[in-house]
Design a protein around this ligand. Structure first.
Ligand SMILES: Cc1ncc(COP(=O)(O)O)c(C=O)c1O
Length: 420
């Protein structure tokens, strides 16, 4: 569902977010930083956990902690059930066809590396080409660069315009008989751009090319349907969607996963081992070597329940309201420039203040209790495209408020006064 559709759905059901009530679920949001109430606007880096997720984590360690898939004893079976239950929850969240298409990894970075090793090293060779976009996070650049170096393959980059929209004609013109893979982000962490990935996937598929979607910045903010997108792979990080750190997901179509090589070798990913050879386990276990982040995965399942309880369409609609308000207010400030003005955006506002280094912006705002990110956002090619070393970035979640946007605007004024 597009954001515009999501807005319509939320408006039609007449249900608003009760943000004050939701905020009460997040213990950290009531703390102070530097003597001021915390205004947390660094959600693209990592979001916070509500009580039900923290309690699930605690309950796991205090009542059922044990290793999964290995024991006949009661605790191991309970832990395995909870772990596999989280897989089923994630299947539902992404609308994957089957639970075995959900692989638990550490996060989006590991998910993309898994595809590079498991698919890329097997199916991409010398002279082949991989298409990426100009707005990828380093997690969706560096692994492919490593593969190109190893195999003698080549990266082709979809350019973007000044607003931060990918140029679709240029994308189309990159395809040729050597094109073997496309890896694109659904939402840019540095600019907020929402890319038309469904159409981009259809274009690649019409030419027989599989597509990985980096959903790290999309899955926390709108409903995702991997069957509707028809993506071949989808990567996400649990800690950006109210889950604990250490757990993320790679979705992959079962037929592709079955044809891929394992990423890591070890326990759990095998059916039978001799010194002569190993028979690998079935998916998803083939890709889950060693003891996983059990508590984090179970916590991520609780985060899925929590987000579903609010409704992803409602979250998307509310965050659009935050984005519109923040964009209107910040773009009206003299001496402040928003970087990333695409028509379809998630609630990310990257900005620059004339004559002030982004790190100074971040430091002064921190004194006001406002947490934003200042830097290259692990997207240095985006910085190069805009000829800046860094930007300041406010990124919103459903628990942020319009008052917090006002606090940010006041904070920016304080920065300007200090450096005038
Ligand atoms: C678009 C995008 N992809 C990938 C990642 C990597 O996520 P992680 O560090 O959780 O693996 C991030 C993190 O910010 C991101 O924004």
């Amino acid at each position: 569902m597009s954001t515009t559709q999501a807005l319509r759905v939320a408006a039609a059901d007449g249900l608003e977010l009760d943000v004050a009530r939701l905020r009460a679920d997040f213990p950290i949001l009531s703390r102070e930083v530097n003597g001021k109430p915390l205004v947390y606007l660094d959600n693209a880096a990592s979001s916070h956990m509500p009580r039900p997720v923290i309690e699930t984590w605690e309950q796991y360690y205090t009542t059922i902690h044990s290793n999964v898939h290995r024991g006949v004893h009661t605790l191991s079976q309970l832990a395995t059930d909870a772990f596999e239950n989280a897989r089923e929850k994630m299947r539902g969240f992404l609308n994957a066809r089957e639970a075995r298409e959900i692989i638990f990894v550490r996060g989006a970075t590991e998910a993309i590396n898994l595809v590079m090793h498991g698919y890329g090293r097997a199916f991409i060779g010398a002279g082949d080409e991989i298409i990426l976009s100009a707005m990828e996070h380093h997690a969706n650049i560096v692994p492919w660069q490593m593969l190109c170096k190893e195999k003698g393959a080549k990266l082709r980059i979809i350019p973007m315009n000044d607003a931060g929209d990918l140029l679709q004609d240029e994308y189309h013109s990159l395809f040729n008989e050597r094109t073997k893979f496309v890896a694109i982000t659904q939402v840019s962490n540095a600019l907020g751009t929402i890319n038309p990935v469904k159409e981009m996937i259809a274009y690649a598929h019409a030419r027989g090319v599989p597509v990985l979607v980096d959903g790290a910045q999309a899955a926390p903010h709108a409903a995702v349907d991997v069957q509707d997108l028809d993506c071949d792979f989808y990567a996400l990080s649990g800690h950006k969607m109210c889950g604990p750190t250490g757990a993320g997901v790679l979705y992959g179509k079962a037929d592709l996963l079955n044809r891929m090589q394992p990423f890591q070798g070890g326990g759990d990913m095998i059916l039978h081992v001799t010194f002569e050879e190993t028979i690998y386990n079935e998916i998803p276990y083939k890709f889950e070597a060693g003891t996983p982040a059990i508590a984090s995965v179970i916590g991520l399942g609780a985060a899925v329940d929590y987000l579903n309880g609010i409704g992803m369409n409602r979250i998307a609609a509310y965050e659009q309201r935050l984005l519109t308000y923040a964009t209107d207010r910040i773009s009206a400030m003299p001496g402040v420039r928003i970087i990333g003005t695409a028509l379809h955006k998630a609630a990310v506002v990257s900005f620059a203040i004339d004559g002030v280094h982004p790190h100074d912006i971040g430091t002064v705002l921190d004194q006001e209790g406002i947490a934003i990110r200042a830097g290259h956002h692990c997207a240095q090619p985006v910085m190069q495209r805009y000829c800046v070393a860094a930007t300041a970035r406010a990124s919103f979640a459903f628990y942020n408020t319009l008052d917090e946007v006002d606090a940010l605007v006041d904070g920016i004024r304080t920065v300007q006064e200090m450096f005038s």
